[in-house]
Design a protein around this ligand. Structure first.
Ligand code: MIC
Ligand code: SF4
Length: 639
């Protein structure tokens, strides 16, 4: 029986376990990446592990999220990360170099290698044929310390691409289509593997757009084969030596299949407030827009931005529209400065902002009240832009650029405008933004600790009896942005959990943190896909700090479930989803004989007020049980 590419790479990296869905495996991790907003926790945890040397082949610490530096907090975090990077042999990418995923693709990604990143969009590396997985910060710290990562064995979905995209339709429309078909929870526990004739017509950066936004499917990761296009991309970055050809066997057997005919796709958009709320631009119609934002790790590649520049050349941005563009990397920005593309954008009236995440994580450029904002990003959760009542639509760079000129959402295919094709370019390697840890180590480099950097909260051994008051009854698809919001006001406090905890769930329920403090021990009731979105472990650490003992939900998103377990908070799934409706705020719950029940993998939650008992599904692996009993991953490692 033939093998999928995903399983071939996993097999090459297998340290423990067997590749059978349902089980758990430990794999060797070749590379890690961190970014600054999750990175401070990663490096606090790495320091707490007191290791001599990291075990990965390459680890990079990028600074790209928190670059506004409105106060000392951001800059102190950067200095902290830089100092720990120097102590442990981690490369440090200075702010201004660009967005971690774009930079990693350009400079370090290697087909067939494994990459673990403290950011949910790490699967961008799948565009190069890597197994690139997003994880919580602690998992990444442990991967650096031990060189391994454990995960439930994913199933593999085959997405077969046939045909060829028409002008004005691009990679973003492919992933939007896949999201429309599979939804934001369709990828949970699965790897999405792209195959078929259509793959050949997609460049590595097109593929990376697709694997990047595979995060929105909830997938473990997504990947493409490594072929001639991979070779020419690596060559264009001066890295042809890193090329290896990789593909699935012709008779590979997949768990599920989806066929996409590229020739039949049209420009699409994800409507507010979910990336899977997809419709065609034509159907949505010519709605009036106030802002267009082009960039983010999904759509800030050289070809994406060159297409934008060509569309804007000689044109004028509509008077009612503000267009902001954030290039993905310093190399891209510099190439566009050299070839005049930047001038086309500026002359049309675009605002060029830093090579960083910027507006994608609410760091500036919040749209006006009630605005319609078109963004080439990957998430349009309510309030993420920094404006609670704004409507954000996710679109391709082509759709964004033409709409910025017209002032209304525009289907480029219908507009009849010309779209020139963009030739591939070679880039001159430039590592002037990289600080190498040469000659530095633990003995000659001090940790730089700004006053805003506070110790991370730690749990205790799981007690025999767990009591908790219901402090929130939440709906379906709760995001980690809902749990621990992030914007220019809060991002500077990512290394200060006690402060951040005051804002936990603030967009959904202003009184949440006060209620938790009063209850002392709390439980959350959740719907389907609880904790989707960002990998931020702050969405587990702030609840831990506020005394949350367990979350009882219909289902969990992958990374958040791990983050809860890593923090010693129990993620429990209703055996009968209808039980969800029988709970209300303020009721007291108890798990008796909790340690034994966790060991038995069946946990019964009792409602003290109604006397009713609820069986839950745990799906705990042996490692999960160790962590939960010890009160989290750090305690379990210490043991
Ligand atoms: C995001 O896109 O939500 C982020 C900000 O990049 C997060 C990481 C974070 O919250 O710091 C992610 O995707 O993991
Ligand atoms: Fe940055 Fe946005 Fe990408 Fe997250 S999704 S890494 S915030 S650009």
């Amino acid at each position: 029986m033939g093998k999928t590419l995903a399983y071939k790479i996993l097999e090459n990296h297998l340290v423990e376990g067997t590749l059978t869905p349902g089980g758990e495996i430990t794999i060797k991790i070749d590379q890690t990446l961190t970014q600054d907003s999750t990175g401070t926790m990663v490096y606090l945890q790495l320091e707490a592990m007191n290791i001599e040397k990291i075990k990965t082949e390459l680890s990079v610490a990028y600074i790209d999220h928190n670059t506004l530096q409105t106060g000392f907090e951001n800059a102190d975090d950067h200095a902290f990360i830089k100092s720990v990077a120097k102590r442990h042999g981690v490369l440090f990418s200075k702010p201004g170099n660009g967005i971690c995923h774009q930079l990693h693709l350009e400079n370090y990604g290697i087909p067939g290698k494994t990459l673990l990143g403290s950011d949910s969009h790490t699967p961008t590396g799948g565009g190069l044929g890597m197994i690139a997985i997003g994880a919580g910060g602690l998992d990444v710290a442990v991967a650096m310390a031990k060189g391994t990562y454990s995960l439930p064995v994913p199933k593999v979905i085959k997405v077969e691409l046939t045909g060829k995209l028409r002008p004005w339709v691009s990679a973003k429309d492919i992933i939007l289509y896949v999201l429309q078909q599979l939804t934001v929870k369709g990828g949970v526990g699965k790897i999405v593997e792209y195959t078929g004739e259509g793959v050949k017509s997609l460049s590595v950066t097109d593929r990376a757009t697709i694997t990047n936004m595979g995060a929105e499917l909830g997938a473990t990761t997504s990947l493409f084969p490594s072929d001639e296009n991979t070779k020419s991309y690596l060559a264009s970055q001066g890295r042809e030596k890193d090329y290896v050809e990789l593909s699935a066997d012709a008779d590979a057997v997949y768990d599920e299949e989806l066929k996409v005919d590229l020739s039949s796709l049209t420009p699409l958009a994800a409507k507010p407030h979910s990336p899977d709320n997809v419709d065609s631009v034509k159907n949505i119609g010519e709605i009036k827009i106030n802002q267009v934002a082009i960039g983010s790790c999904t759509n800030s590649s050289y070809t994406d931005l060159m297409k934008v520049s060509e569309i804007l050349k000689g044109q004028k941005i509509h008077p009612d529209v503000s267009l902001v563009i954030s290039p993905g990397s310093s190399k891209i920005m510099s190439k566009m400065a050299e070839n005049g593309a930047l001038a086309n954008m500026i002359n049309a009236g675009a605002r060029i902002i830093e090579n960083a995440c910027g507006p994608c994580i609410g760091m500036g450029q919040s749209p006006e009240s009630g605005a319609v904002s078109l963004r080439t990003f990957n998430r349009n959760f309510k309030g993420r832009s920094g404006t609670l009542d704004a409507d954000v639509y996710l679109v391709s760079p082509e759709t964004a650029a033409i709409s910025a000129i017209k002032g209304v959402l525009t289907d480029g295919m219908i507009s009849g405008c010309n779209l020139p094709s963009i030739p591939e370019e070679n880039f001159i390697p430039n590592d002037n933004f990289i600080v190498y840890p040469k000659g530095t180590n633990k003995n000659n480099t001090e940790v730089s600790m700004g006053p805003n950097i506070k110790p991370f909260p730690q749990n205790k051994n799981l007690p025999d009896e767990l009591t908790a008051t219901i402090v929130l009854h939440a709906g379906n698809n709760i995001t980690t942005d809902d749990i621990m919001p992030s914007d220019s006001r809060l991002l500077p406090y990512r290394s200060n959990i006690p402060y951040l905890a005051n804002f936990c769930f603030e967009k959904i329920d202003k009184d949440f943190s006060t209620r938790c403090k009063e209850a002392k021990e709390g439980a959350i009731i959740g719907g389907e896909n609880y904790g989707q979105g960002s990998s931020r472990e702050h969405a587990a650490l702030a609840p831990l700090y506020l005394g949350i003992k367990f979350v009882l939900a219909k289902s969990f998103a992958r990374i958040h479930r791990s983050n809860l377990i890593n923090s010693g908070i129990l993620p429990l799934v209703f055996e009968n989803p209808d039980d969800y409706d029988t709970f209300s705020l303020g009721q007291k719950l108890i798990i008796e004989n909790a340690r034994q029940q966790v060991k038995n993998k069946i946990v019964i939650v009792k409602n003290i007020e109604t006397g009713k008992e609820y069986r839950t599904i745990t799906n705990f692996s042996d490692l999960d049980i160790e962590m939960i009993l010890a009160g989290g991953k750090i305690n379990s490692i210490k043991k």
